[in-house]
Write a protein that binds this ligand. Structure first.
Ligand SMILES: NC(=O)c1ccc[n+]([C@@H]2O[C@H](COP(=O)([O-])OP(=O)(O)OC[C@H]3O[C@@H](n4cnc5c(N)ncnc54)[C@H](OP(=O)(O)O)[C@@H]3O)[C@@H](O)[C@H]2O)c1
Length: 373
């Protein structure tokens, strides 16, 4: 299947995503019968590009990084409307995907929520790395996606491409998640680790900004908003909650944390910014708090930019997911994984049929009349 992609946002993640698609195109074609074409890109200040026959995403990424523009300026709504109209045939054939990679807004999750709504209304699938839509409007967007028979996927929104949502969706049938706790913000975790070794708050933050890991507006990280948005998204999806970042009890990491870090260290403990949620009667309570953990706690060993999430489940007990490597490639990969999930639905016979290993292929007799794939 060929998926046609409309990118809304072409920053660090969007540019890494189009390059990664090129890099792993042979693998996607061979293992998943998936090809992709970028047919539109919108930015806020660098103009927009449409290209029904496919745009050269990597060349456009080079151009933007060199200070150039994509094309003429359009409002994003007008761009999306035009892109959905121009690609209506692909949308009807379930081959159109809007890739939402604009900046996070923690006030209302906008305009990303509206971008997702517009895309679904135009019968496009949506994949996004933006936490806003799942954190502010998961239920409504998921309901709309089901009604129009399209997918709304956001694996990259939490722990980059490490499968958290896809794990729960695809690999835990019949299991109820009762709660979770985790370290989900790389910037603050790196800062707390650096402060344990005597770095100042300011120096630790500057390092994360230099490495491009801190959000464009670092207050999103250090005031706990990024972690609160992730907590809301996780709780909404895994626990069926209807939380927003504003209904999460929230604490951040300030310069004052230095003393608490030192005190914890002196006591052989660790200070961590822990995101958690659990059921409380019929509702769900979500929190982002600075917690002093004993050294034996799994989360105490998650240092630097690493992340971890521990799911509490009814049938499997605790399941821990640890992310040791992070970065733009991991985030871009999460978007690719979501595309593969969509391709499997669009063309289930080719994209989902397990590929037999060579050994199995030799051993198994070939059933008569089986079609070659
Ligand atoms: N960076 C990471 O490691 C990472 C990891 C996981 C998730 N995420 C999430 O992924 C998303 C993108 O991150 P990023 O690092 O790529 O951000 P970024 O570098 O700041 O890029 C954001 C892009 O969105 C565009 N944009 C913003 N508002 C727009 C609007 N209303 N209409 C059209 N385009 C708009 C910007 O255009 P201009 O360039 O013209 O401003 C820019 O191209 C964010 O939601 C972030 O939280 C990032």
């Amino acid at each position: 299947v060929t998926l046609d992609l409309v990118l809304v946002g072409f920053g660090n993640v969007g540019r890494r995503f189009v390059r990664l698609l090129n890099e792993i195109a042979p693998r996607l074609a061979k293992e998943h019968a998936l090809e992709t074409r970028v047919v539109g890109i919108a930015t806020r200040s660098r103009g927009c590009a449409h290209g029904a026959d496919g745009l050269d995403g990597a060349a456009l990424a080079d151009r933007v990084e060199g200070g150039g523009r994509l094309g003429r300026r359009e409002s994003t709504r007008a761009f999306l409307r035009a892109a959905l109209r121009r690609n209506a045939a692909a949308a009807r054939a379930r081959r159109l995907v809007v890739v939402e990679v604009t900046t996070l807004d923690v006030e209302r999750g906008q305009p990303a929520v509206d971008h997702v709504k517009m895309a679904l209304a135009g019968r496009a699938h949506v994949v996004t790395a933006n936490k806003g839509p799942a954190a502010f409007a998961y239920r409504a967007l998921e309901r709309t996606a089901r009604r129009v028979d399209r997918r709304f996927l956001f694996e990259s929104a939490v722990m980059d491409g490490v499968p958290v949502f896809n794990l729960a969706r695809a690999a835990l049938p019949g299991v109820t998640v009762d709660g979770f706790r985790g370290v989900v913000n790389s910037t603050t975790n790196y800062m707390l680790t650096a402060m344990e070794s005597g770095d100042s708050f300011e120096r630790a933050l500057a390092t994360m900004q230099e490495r491009g890991i801190a959000e464009a507006d670092p207050s999103l990280d250090i005031d706990g908003w990024d972690a609160a948005a992730k907590t809301a998204a996780l709780a909404n999806v895994l626990l069926g909650a209807a939380l927003t970042p504003h209904t999460i009890e929230r604490e951040g990491v300030s310069a004052d944390a230095g003393a608490a870090v030192a005190a914890a260290r002196a006591a052989g403990r660790k200070l961590k910014l822990v995101a958690s949620a659990e059921r409380a009667g019929a509702s769900v309570r979500g929190r982002v708090r600075l917690v002093e953990l004993p050294a034996t706690d799994q989360l105490a060993g998650i240092d630097g930019p690493q992340n971890a999430l521990i799911l509490q489940t009814d049938l499997l007990g605790e399941i821990s997911i640890v992310q040791r490597g992070s970065g733009l490639t991991a985030t871009a990969y999460g978007l690719v994984a979501d595309l593969v999930a969509i391709a499997r639905e669009v063309s289930p016979t080719r994209a989902t049929r397990p590929q037999p290993t060579r050994a199995r292929r030799r051993r198994s007799p070939s059933p008569r009349g089986r079609r070659r794939s």
